[in-house]
Design a protein around this ligand. Structure first.
Ligand SMILES: [Zn+2]
Ligand SMILES: [Zn+2]
Length: 651
């Protein structure tokens, strides 16, 4: 019997094999390919019109594990078409380092055994109403959005929904944007549901991955809490997907196979015909649009825990209160912060910039430090005593000679969190402070720091946007946004939306236990619409305005964007090819092509980058027409095309 086998490689079609085994769609098999053996899956269709003429090889063996579900196969085929990714690469996302794990038996699964205990946490009336609206007992596909103010207990509502699903024997998946969250989150889960979920992200060990993968395939594990890649686990009986913080832009996978995990989760739920819940305080523009259109149902939680109110906002006009040289904290703020500290409030200075200074320049030769691989400045990290490229990781020491006059004499322009931290220590010398950024919080010791913050043993935090990601700090009642003007810059279609999300999440960190809280914005620019938008207690006002702007300008979600980025090391050659490529595809593409233009980040990791943007209808025809024509274009060696459907960043 002939069978189509898809392999986890760059091919967009299955290969045909012979087999005497009784094989069915979704079975995992081992086959010879080239000179080695590979794991593959019996696919649902044969390769189309092949005129290759060679001997068909034989399947070596069938692996001992439940087959991949037909619905999952359909989802992967669609995923491949939508994201313009070869089918083999889509399958690769499901497998574990291109392999499948045969059944693991024994005690390892004892730890995941479900034993739902009656908990003492009782849902409020408002929460119960939301749960009712979620209506998970109806096991058909639908998208429900639970929109709730930060600190209103959205998690408890979907935990309860999950409980219902697993007690019926289904599996559940909770997608989270930040892996850093899982520690605090896992405890919350255990407290509420009384058993341990499996936690899935890129940082877990290979052995653990194997255990979880097999446990999912065999339905021995009922709940997975995971980062975006957990969406591709081979669930045997998935019954509910939750996407927490659905607005979070880190759901977008930007490198390698690009996809938006939130959107793909919705699509997987649709193929599996199961319910999905999107959880957020402020929905993304796309989700808001779908709520408006009635495609998604909505429930809302307005009350915060302990009836805490959202923080107040205060704008500190920097034109009136002059800053000292090399200083970023105004006298006015110092007064305010002192009042908060006296009341035992924890204080956060927020600046979305890692390191000490983003720009280092020599006073004598005027040369700045920029990355040799990328067109971007190096950021000085004083704590590590290095200059660092935040894009490619290039490191160098702060040590350079001017041509003849000896050593360079450096000046540091602009602040990063490390610099603000120095200033804070000078102003509040008796207080304990800590920097909260990906440089300091990705270590083993970070859980210790977290604990200290929660217990108010640290009085002042200096943090980047990492702190906006769902942490619960009960004593944090004062947030100082050091420089709001900094974040209003940028060449990004989603700049405004990003800011709204960021500052809403940030204010959500304050005042969580009922004490009054305030967010202070330092600014030179008092006319910014942005401050008005983000301080509006009803985010929907901003969202409907923004949606209107998008409609008028034919931007997503009203049109589909596909970004094509061509990279190469020869600048001239790259430009020539980019124009040639555009001419080649232009008449065949169902859409308009903008560009080619040099990418804003023109040089990245030693390669030059040129962008094209396709604008088209929201239809798979756009992708299909592109896929077909791109296949026929041969890029010279050393040049590479990457495709990003529904791009979020335009670097
Ligand atoms: Zn670089
Ligand atoms: Zn110099």
């Amino acid at each position: 019997m002939k069978v189509p086998i898809l392999l986890p490689n760059i091919f967009n079609h299955p290969f045909t094999y012979n087999s005497d085994l009784k094989l069915k769609e979704g079975d995992y098999v081992v086959v010879p390919f080239g000179k080695s053996e590979h794991t593959g899956v019996v696919w649902n269709e044969f390769e189309k019109k092949t005129n290759k003429n060679f001997t068909i090889k034989k399947v070596l063996r069938k692996l001992d594990l439940p087959s991949l579900k037909k619905d999952t196969i359909k989802f992967l085929n669609w995923f491949s078409e939508y994201n313009m990714v070869p089918k083999g690469m889509a399958l690769k996302l499901v497998l574990l380092s291109s392999n499948a794990v045969e059944e693991i038996s024994g005690e390892v699964y004892e730890q995941f055994k479900i034993d739902i205990k009656q908990n003492k946490i009782e849902l409020s009336k408002e929460q119960k109403n939301c749960l009712k609206k979620m209506n998970v007992s109806n096991q058909k596909f639908r998208v429900h959005v639970l929109q709730g103010t930060t600190g209103s207990g959205k998690t408890m509502v979907y935990f309860e929904a999950l409980k219902e699903i697993i007690s019926k024997g289904f599996q559940g998946l909770i997608l989270l944007p930040e892996i850093g969250l899982t520690g605090q989150f896992q405890n919350k889960f255990i407290e509420f549901l009384g058993f341990k979920p499996a936690v899935w992200h890129s940082g877990i060990t290979k052995k653990n991955k194997e255990i979880i993968w097999s446990g999912i395939a065999n339905s021995k594990i009922k709940v997975v809490i995971g980062a975006r890649s957990s969406l591709f686990l081979p669930f045997k009986k998935l019954g509910l997907i939750i996407v927490d913080e659905e607005h979070d832009q880190s759901y977008k996978q930007d490198e390698g196979v690009t996809y938006n995990a939130r959107d793909m989760a919705i699509s997987r739920a649709s193929f599996e015909n199961i319910p999905i819940n999107l959880i957020t305080a402020v929905p993304s523009i796309e989700t808001y649009d779908n709520i408006k259109k009635g495609k998604y149902s909505l429930s809302k939680l307005d009350q915060r825990y302990l009836n805490a109110s959202l923080p107040n906002y205060e704008i500190i006009n920097l034109n009136n209160t002059k800053l000292e040289k090399q200083s970023w904290i105004s006298k006015k703020i110092i007064e305010k912060v002192n009042c908060h500290l006296e009341k035992k409030d924890q204080v956060l200075f927020f600046l979305n910039r890692r390191g000490f200074s983003p720009y280092v320049l020599c006073k004598k030769c005027f040369n700045s430090y920029s990355c040799p691989n990328c067109s971007i400045n190096l950021v000085y990290h004083k704590n590590k005593k290095i200059l660092l490229c935040h894009y490619c990781g290039h490191k160098t020491l702060l040590n350079r000679d001017c041509s003849k006059e000896g050593k360079c004499d450096f000046i540091f322009s602009g602040p990063g969190v490390e610099r603000i931290s120095e200033e804070v220590k000078k102003i509040f010398p008796t207080k304990i402070t800590t920097i909260f950024s990906s440089d300091t919080m990705n270590k083993k010791s970070s859980s210790e720091i977290l604990e200290k913050i929660i217990n108010n043993e640290i009085q002042i935090l200096i943090g980047t946007q990492l702190i906006s990601k769902g942490f619960h700090f009960p004593h944090l009642n004062c947030i100082v946004v050091v420089d709001i003007d900094l974040s209003s810059q940028g060449h990004d279609l989603r700049g405004a939306e990003k800011n709204l999300q960021l500052y809403h999440q940030l204010s959500g960190r304050a005042g969580r236990t009922g004490k009054p809280a305030t967010v202070y914005f330092q600014t030179y620019n008092l006319n910014t619409k942005m401050i008005a938008d983000i301080t509006n207690k009803d985010p929907n006002v901003f969202l409907s305005n923004e949606l209107e702007i998008r409609r008028e300008n034919n931007l997503p979600p009203f049109q589909r964007f596909i970004a094509l980025i061509i990279t190469g090391s020869n600048e001239r050659e790259l430009e020539k090819i980019a124009y040639k490529f555009k001419n080649f595809i232009e008449s065949a593409v169902e859409g308009k092509i903008l560009g080619p233009v040099n990418a804003p980040l023109f040089r990245l990791k030693r390669k030059f980058r040129i962008r094209l943007l396709i604008r088209g209808r929201k239809s798979l025809e756009v992708q299909n027409s592109l896929t077909k024509i791109i296949e026929k274009f041969k890029f010279p060696s050393g040049m590479k095309l990457s495709v990003d459907v529904d791009p979020i960043t335009f670097n």
